[in-house]
Design a binder for this molecule. Structure first.
Ligand code: ADP
Ligand code: MG
Length: 559
């Protein structure tokens, strides 16, 4: 047996860890399962490169409650630790074996999904336990060891034959003030919250499963039920797969997996996948917002290597995307730190601007792929898009390609289509475009009708942030202004511009021309139709030039 002092410069670091390192005691379980996962993934990596000559098999992590002894057990089948390794990795607080592993296997292990970072996770166990045991056996051919520590800087470490199988068992003697962590439902809740998509199967208790009846079974046969392991996680969530392998149903299924209480289908999904200049994967969903605004509960979730970090994403995800749902996973998102640190973190800032760009690109491809479908969904997504246009310059710059401006008739224009449409009829004397809009089709009905009769397009802009959007557009675009259809000066404008003639279709113009010719009925005159612009026609009844001259000569008596 070895006895010794844990190697820390601050004599009593445990009270500090307990009080200040984590705001939430419950994350101890996430940390210990992360370590168990790392241990398993390390073994996977070492067997794959031939450095560990053992069978990898189908390792699991098991979580077990022993109510009688008031202990909680986290058991893995990973690489385990030798006595020396326990000395090195456990007894040195703030020395991260995960970091060391990634350093050592730099090139081959960079995508291995190793979670650890700071070398502090393990000690979070002392937030809920007054004594912790580590029973571990390395994959190397060395005896198992038992480490025991009661939360003081003293520990004991001894060889033991209490463990034959490779791997590590962490035994937490739950403290009097933390007995909630001996409750099955509480632990199940935590596993579902933090570990639902972790990459190694996690077993917690068992559940019953009904077997299908064998073929040809009699009608009155009762299906058999069997007891099976309860695996609490899906080790291969959709966002870890390449987009090409997923179809619409897969995305919808994942959406419901993420938000089990959500029965609506998402409108669109955006699969994020980048490995330069930082790593990030994820799937964002546009929910149907109009009749179902449960934004408070079903929020975007942030993961680090499939470990849930937080769903408080403001400051990390751009504000306007807070209305979306989904997951973002990046190994560059620090796991063990406070929110203010997260927001100041450089990697996190880059993530935010990347997501903005990616969402803009996706909107462009969605509208180009199926304009009709996009238009149908516009009402549900416009608030997100408009909010993004107001708040993110980069998003605004691209928005001409995907922001729609519907008129009161349900025709949807892109910005340049709108300009094209109104550029002749709705231009003031300085050549500025005057864009008329209504905010409420019913309340402003008569104004809309009047404006339409005069040949104007009236947009229907009815989301609550429209005043800001208009301000943004007016300041960003040249020579345009917006005018609300029922505003006083509109009446003036409409009167002033009374010259606007209602639009004629080509065949209407032709008919009109014919009837004028018939009326004039004089070959000396020709009827000419002057197309002043695409929307107005002016008929000029003219005499040929030489007839006019003749007349002039007769009048002046000249020859
Ligand atoms: P980190 O995970 O950030 O490296 P931790 O304090 O969580 O730091 O763990 C310290 C180290 O202890 C790990 O890096 C690892 O080397 C070792 N360790 C902890 N738990 C296990 C385990 N279940 N199996 C093998 N090694 C472990
Ligand atoms: Mg850790």
């Amino acid at each position: 047996m070895t006895k010794g002092n844990i190697n820390v410069s601050v004599e009593n670091i445990f009270p500090l860890i307990k009080k200040f390192l984590y705001s939430d005691h419950e994350i101890f379980l996430r940390e210990l399962i992360s370590n168990a996962t790392d241990a398993t993934l390390k073994l996977k990596h070492l067997t794959s490169i031939g450095e560990a000559q053992v069978e990898y098999g189908n390792p699991q992590i098991e979580v077990k409650i022993d109510k009688e002894n008031k202990t909680l057990h986290i058991i893995d089948q990973g690489i385990g630790m030798t006595a020396d390794e326990v000395e090195k990795y456990i007894n040195q607080v703030a020395f991260s074996g995960a970091e060391e592993f990634l350093e050592k296997y730099k090139d081959s292990a960079k995508d291995s999904g190793i979670i650890g970072h700071f070398g502090l996770g393990f000690y979070s166990a002392f937030m809920v336990a007054d004594k912790v045991e580590i029973l571990t056996k390395s994959y190397k051919d060395e005896p198992a060891v038992l480490w025991i520590c009661d939360g003081s800087p003293q520990f004991t470490l001894e060889e033991t034959d209490a463990k034959q199988e490779r791997g590590t068992e962490i035994i937490l003697h739950i403290a009097e003030d933390s007995t909630e962590f001996l409750d099955e439902q509480r632990i199940l809740g935590l596993l579902t919250k933090y570990n639902k998509f972790m990459p190694v199967p996690i077993k917690f208790g068992s559940t019953t499963q009904t077997l299908p009846l064998p073929e040809g079974a009699p009608d009155d046969a009762k299906p058999e039920t069997v007891e099976v392991d309860r695996i609490v996680n899906n080790p291969n969530p959709a966002w870890t797969k390449p987009p090409a392998e997923l179809n619409r149903e897969d995305y919808a299924k994942f959406y419901h997996e993420l938000y089990p209480m959500q029965f609506e289908e998402p409108l669109f999904n955006i699969h994020l996948n980048v490995d330069y200049p930082f790593n990030l994967t994820g799937i964002l969903f546009f929910p149907k917002l109009s009749n179902n605004l449960n934004i408070e509960k079903d929020k975007i979730q942030l993961y680090q290597n499939q470990v849930f970090v937080t769903d408080e994403v403001n400051g990390i995800v751009p504000d306007f995307l807070m209305l979306l749902r989904g997951v973002i996973d990046s190994p560059d998102i620090p796991l063990n730190v406070s929110r203010s640190y997260l927001q100041a973190d450089g990697a996190v800032k880059k993530i935010s601007s990347y997501i903005t760009k990616k969402v803009a690109d996706k909107m462009v491809s969605l509208i180009n792929e199926n304009r009709e479908d996009y238009e149908q969904k516009w009402n549900d997504i416009k608030i997100v898009i408009e909010y993004g246009m107001i708040s993110e310059e980069k998003f605004f710059e691209k928005s001409d390609k995907f922001a729609l401006y519907p008129n009161t008739e349900g025709t949807y224009y892109l910005w340049n289509e709108l300009e094209e449409k109104i550029k002749t009829a709705q231009t003031d004397k300085d050549g500025n475009l005057v864009i008329l809009y209504a905010t409420n089709a019913d309340a402003q009905h008569s104004y809309i009708e009047t404006a339409k009769e005069r040949g104007y397009e009236v947009l229907l802009l009815d989301s609550p942030i429209v005043p800001h959007l208009i301000q943004k557009l007016e300041s960003a675009k040249e020579k345009i202004s917006f005018a609300r259809v029922d505003a006083d000066h509109i009446n003036n404008l409409i009167k002033k511009e009374d010259t606007a003639i209602s639009k004629l279709k080509d065949e209407e113009k032709e008919t009109l021309k014919k009837s004028i010719e018939e009326t004039v009925n004089d070959k000396k005159f020709t009827v000419q139709m002057e197309d002043l612009d695409s929307s107005e026609a002016l008929f000029l009844i003219t005499q040929p030039e030489f007839m006019r001259r003749m007349k002039d000569m007769q009048a002046t008596g000249g020859g």
